[in-house]
Design a protein around this ligand. Structure first.
Ligand code: ACO
Length: 355
């Protein structure tokens, strides 16, 4: 029995290879650093979907269809009730989409990430949601629907780098959840909602908001070590550190750090974060000498999303807006295998007493 399934291989995939010993991530043949530096969301969508949808158009047409789908799904915003947190808003919105295994379903899911996330943030602030603009790129429209103005190209570039960096990552918890649901032939929307539900937990995609909370609580470099010692002594996990697969630094951390550094005005924040990172790594190495705990993707995710003006309560929904590409591609890959995922359990309960 392997309760975390860490030694179980449950799928063959052509989508991504997570090399935890050497700190490398390859997505469809591309090192993640190259993807982050060169691709937009639309390119990544084409890359991960191209083997799974025969009718996939070229990148330009795919971008146009994503833009049209953003406008289409916007009509559902008024059906989503008030008073929901951002993840719940996105989950309800996604659940309203037509559920099947088609390219249209995948495009609508991907299109709806920014539309519902931006609408949720604006509603929570007492503002009216903003109608999508199909002529903008996916990342540019995301930021425009949040702030109400066409964003600076450097911010668009940073958001693209983020969405592309997190678009797929092996058989992580949310992708596995999506594959299990897809294997029942429930549809891509059901698989996406399952992925989102798994992503929400603080041990998976819910970490970057708490990373900023930690940075704020530390407040100044001279407080770092005392604060970290206190947190570790009380048994807390330090968000943005440790990983089930990586035994060295998560390569996405540096891809995202480079993207933050390209934004003006971030140098001071990066220096402070580096100070905290160094202190955390030193303390974790001391506490767990046998277990290498390193920086994961969430630490610099927090800095990047903060720098482009996203509120921390929306970070997990933004993550989902990138990872939805991987969930839908994995779902299609699982469907093509045609096998229901159904592991077994060992019964440890009471045995029946003879009458
Ligand atoms: N802070 C403090 N202690 C930690 C941390 C951490 N970030 N990570 C692991 N540990 C401790 C564990 O409590 C465990 O201690 P114990 O033996 O005394 O119980 C020991 O280190 C070994 O833990 P692992 O087996 O490495 O942890 P596991 O593989 O189960 O968990 C996980 C990996 C969930 C990511 C963990 O490192 C963690 O909770 N990190 C903080 C949350 C986080 O950043 N999540 C985002 C991950 S990236 C992603 O999902 C996109």
């Amino acid at each position: 029995m392997d309760s975390g399934l860490e030694n179980v291989v449950a799928a063959e995939t052509i989508l991504s290879d997570v090399d935890g010993q050497n700190g490398r991530l390859v997505i469809c043949g591309w090192p993640v650093e190259l993807l982050a530096a060169s691709m937009a969301f639309e390119d990544a969508a084409h890359l991960v979907w191209r083997e799974f949808f025969e009718e996939l158009p070229d990148v330009r047409e795919l971008g146009a269809r994503l833009g049209a789908a953003r406008e289409e799904v916007y009509a559902l915003v008024h059906e989503i009730p008030d008073g929901l947190d951002v993840i719940s808003f996105l989950r309800v919105g996604w659940a309203l989409l037509p559920d099947d295994e088609s390219l249209e379903a995948a495009i609508r899911l991907a299109a709806a990430g920014p539309v519902f996330t931006a609408a949720a943030i604006r509603r929570a602030e007492g503002l009216e949601p903003i109608h999508p603009d199909r002529d903008l790129s996916h990342a540019a429209d995301f930021l425009r629907m949040l702030a109400g103005k066409v964003p600076d190209p450097s911010e668009v570039r940073a958001l693209d780098a983020y969405l592309v960096t997190v678009c797929d990552h092996g058989l992580n918890a949310s992708t596995f959840a999506a594959r299990v649901v897809a294997s029942t032939r429930a549809g891509l929307v059901s698989a996406g909602v399952a992925g989102l539900s798994a992503l929400k937990g603080p041990l998976h995609g819910g970490a970057p908001g708490p990373v900023l909370d930690m940075i704020d609580a530390i407040g100044a470099p001279e407080n770092a070590e005392t604060w970290i010692d206190g947190a570790l002594a009380s048994g807390e996990r330090l968000m943005g550190f440790g990983h089930r697969v990586y035994r060295v630094r998560d390569p996405r951390a540096d891809a995202l750090k480079a993207a933050v550094a390209r934004l003006t005005g971030t140098a001071g924040r990066i220096r402070f974060a580096e100070h905290i990172e160094k202190a955390v790594l030193g303390r974790l190495a001391k506490k767990y000498p046998q277990r290498k705990l390193e920086t994961n993707v969430e630490f610099y995710t927090a800095l990047l999303l903060e720098a482009i003006g996203l509120p921390r309560e929306a970070f997990t929904a933004v993550f989902a807006s990138g990872r939805v590409l991987g969930w839908t591609a994995h779902a299609r890959e699982q469907i093509s295998e045609g096998r229901l995922v159904r592991p077994r359990s060992v019964y440890r309960g009471p045995v029946p007493v003879p009458a």
